[in-house]
Design a protein around this ligand. Structure first.
Ligand SMILES: [Zn+2]
Length: 715
């Protein structure tokens, strides 16, 4: 597995030390901590039951996961992991003293990256003010120099639609948020106020996660860019004639508003009961707000009175409430990489699509031919593509999930976009497993390509100048950036090579509708799902309709290797337990190549042993596999295409009191088989004045053009 990124340099994590120094000199308030401590000597962890008097500033830390099993251990702790992670580290938001204690108790080493996120927010605000003074207007299409608020987004969308009537339409998504806030988007394209006549959709979104402010900024800037470039920029004009762009800059409107507006500064004299400084502080942001991740679902299935979320967030630990919207989508909902516990950062919700915010997006995906989708997040400098789980993960059908059938195309487009923004182009699971994300749903339900962008190297909402650079491109990406990546995405959306095309003749003004009912798989079950898209036949009586393929990716044939029932060699070793932190080696000789070599480690107590597997090559041993699960879970290493030779199986006593352990090693030949795969058809109807005049089953693949003549049938 390629490492998505090199481990971050701890000493100079930020790009603009000179500017930061300037901001510190502004001395906005006492208590701005130094930006990043490069500490190998860790501070003593505060006591878990620290009262309000011992105010705990939320902080960003880099946890070292290079040790055996440490990544898995970290993921099992319910901490607030960021998307900035690699093979041997992950950055984590530590909200409370208890979070910190959890890290320490689990013997995970960490370095503090941002010791006080609240102070950092004050600093970012000062930097943005200084940046505004210095440049006046940024090179962004809007010229902005600081983050928008909810109000700013809504005003910008309203004005854009007013100023560019011919190409921009603002719309309200069908469901308000739990706090009763409206969610808006803009649709952009030639003739946007008239019915769609066959144009596919590129769907660009931001702010599923409340604190990820740049994700909305970049989406909004792209909308402004397109609208203002139409008619003057050749490439953009051509694209906006062929496709529509839907931009919903802020999906999680409640969360964003709390993070951006209320999270910025809070006069704690208004909240005296909760004032950690005992009423002496004048301004201080509450930790739960600026670094809120989820939505405002406090109790499953209950729409609590408006503003409850805000009150709760002002309490210690209040950031824990809410559903992680990017685990609540229906695609593989309930699988690995999402939590079933409401207090955890990746809480998936009570059921698939339980939240109004994800229902809003689902309904757009169902009713448009979304041939390309990007959901913006921060941070990590990553382009993530489906699937969200490791291909060897066995799904509820008992088969490995495998790569998506469009792996090649998804990877190629990812690489082209990465050449614009400089991000790493990887699978979702290479960061860590996820299920229930936006593209887990959209890609698997429609076949339209979908990606997650994790924007920026260091922070959830860095100084705004970095947002500007991310959009227009900086350094060797100058003139490219995420703008360049989005333009490629729009080109892809309009490219019939990846979509089906229905071409033909029908009575002018008739409605053509393409619909399909199916069951979308969650991890363990499925739910009734559909797509239903329509166009109006233009005056010419000729239509050309770019559509997603009729057969969903989940129905494609899969090639699967399964082990034969009986191993050709089996060895069972029971040995006394090594001393704590010590290890015991067991030898296994493999007489010939094995398609699958499986080593299982078992012991009697619910504590922690780890397993490392080495192969003897000449006089060296080379590690070929490890397993380090959380305490209580047993260990297993599976190697594919294991070469003949001698293997060393090392059992490490991480923290176990068992008297002995048992290693079972089995070598298998495998059988390769291809599952049958199936096809799916749309039902195409031709309607006049609401009456169905003609109905037809349509099978259409990627790149295929289907010709239809509906003139007679649809009279
Ligand atoms: Zn996110």
């Amino acid at each position: 597995m390629p490492t998505p990124q090199s481990r971050p340099a701890f000493r100079h994590p930020f790009r603009r030390p000179a500017l930061l120094a300037a901001a510190c000199a502004l001395s906005l308030t006492a208590g701005i901590a130094p930006l990043a401590q490069s500490s190998s000597a860790q501070e003593p962890p505060p006591s878990v039951d620290a009262g309000l008097a011992d105010f705990f500033a939320p902080r960003l830390v880099t946890v070292d996961t290079s040790g055996l099993g440490e990544k898995e251990r970290l993921q099992s702790l319910g901490l607030d992991l960021t998307e900035h992670a690699g093979r041997d580290y992950a950055e984590v938001v530590i909200h409370t003293a208890a979070d910190l204690r959890t890290l320490v108790d689990n013997k995970l080493d960490y370095d503090v990256r941002i010791p006080d996120l609240i102070a950092r927010d004050l600093q970012v605000r000062a930097l943005d003010a200084a940046y505004g003074l210095r440049v006046g207007r940024s090179p962004l299409p809007s010229g902005r120099t600081s983050y928008r608020t909810s109000k700013d987004y809504n005003r910008d969308m309203r004005l854009l639609a007013k100023k560019h009537k011919k190409v921009v339409k603002r719309f309200k998504l069908p469901r308000p948020t739990l706090d009763g806030r409206d969610v808006y988007g803009v649709e952009i394209g030639k003739g946007v106020r008239k019915p769609n006549t066959g144009q596919p959709t590129f769907f660009l979104m931001g702010v599923h996660h409340a604190r990820e402010w740049p994700s909305g900024e970049l989406a909004m800037e792209f909308a402004i860019d397109l609208a203002t470039s139409y008619g003057t920029n050749k490439r953009i004009t051509r694209l906006l004639k062929k496709a529509r762009v839907i931009v919903v800059p802020v999906v999680n409107e409640d969360g964003f508003n709390l993070s951006r507006t209320d999270g910025e500064y809070v006069d704690l004299r208004d909240l005296n009961d909760y004032d950690p400084l005992g009423g002496t502080g004048t301004i201080l942001a509450t930790p739960g707000r600026a670094y809120m991740r989820k939505n405002c679902r406090i109790v499953d299935g209950v729409d609590t009175p408006d503003a409850t979320c805000k009150l709760l967030l002002a309490t210690p630990g209040g950031f824990g409430a809410g559903v992680d919207l990017n685990r609540n989508y229906g695609g593989f909902w309930g699988g690995p990489g999402a939590s079933e516990l409401p207090v955890e950062p990746t809480y998936r919700g009570a059921e698939a699509f339980s939240e109004p915010e994800t229902q809003n997006i689902r309904d757009l995906v169902r009713t448009r031919n979304v041939t390309m989708l990007i959901s913006n997040h921060t941070f990590g400098n990553l382009i993530l593509r489906p699937n969200g789980v490791n291909p060897t993960t066995v799904g509820s059908d008992g088969l490995p999930v495998g790569d998506s059938p469009d792996e090649k195309g998804l990877k190629q487009l990812g690489a082209r976009m990465a050449a614009q923004n400089g991000f790493a182009n990887i699978h979702g699971w290479q960061l860590y497993d996820t299920t229930g994300t936006t593209e887990d749903y959209s890609y698997n339900a429609t076949g339209g390509f979908g990606y997650t962008f994790e924007i920026g190297p260091n922070e959830f909402h860095p100084p705004y100048e970095e947002v500007v650079d991310e959009y227009v491109g900086a350094g060797k990406y100058r003139g490219k950036g995420n703008r360049g990546a989005y333009l490629l995405a729009l080109e892809h959306a309009a490219d019939p090579t990846y979509s089906g095309t229905l071409k033909g003749k029908a009575p002018k003004g008739a409605t053509l509708r393409l619909a399909k009912k199916f069951d979308s798989p969650t991890w363990e079950s499925s739910f009734e799902d559909f797509v239903d898209t329509s166009i109006t036949v233009p005056k010419s009586g000729r239509f050309s309709w770019v559509v997603n393929p009729s057969t969903r990716p989940v129905l494609a044939a899969k090639t699967i290797e399964t082990p034969k029932a009986k191993p050709f060699k089996r060895q069972v070793d029971t040995e006394p337990l090594p001393a704590p932190t010590g290890s015991t080696d067991v030898e296994f000789v493999l007489p010939r190549k094995a398609d699958i070599l499986e080593v299982q480690l078992d012991w009697a107590t619910p504590d922690d042993l780890d397993l490392e597997v080495y192969r003897q090559i000449g006089d060296r041993v080379v590690q070929v596999g490890t397993s380090g699960n959380a305490p209580g879970a047993k260990e297993q290493v599976t190697l594919t295409d294991a070469a003949r030779g001698t293997y060393v199986l090392r059992v490490v006593n991480y923290a176990s009191v068992a008297p002995d352990f048992t290693l079972t090693t089995e070598a298998f030949e495998s059988v390769t088989r291809t599952t049958e795969g199936s096809i799916e058809r749309y039902t195409l109807t031709c309607e006049k004045n609401g009456t169905v005049k003609a109905r037809k089953k349509v099978l259409v693949d990627r790149g295929q053009v289907k010709r239809l003549d509906l003139r007679k049938a649809c009279r």
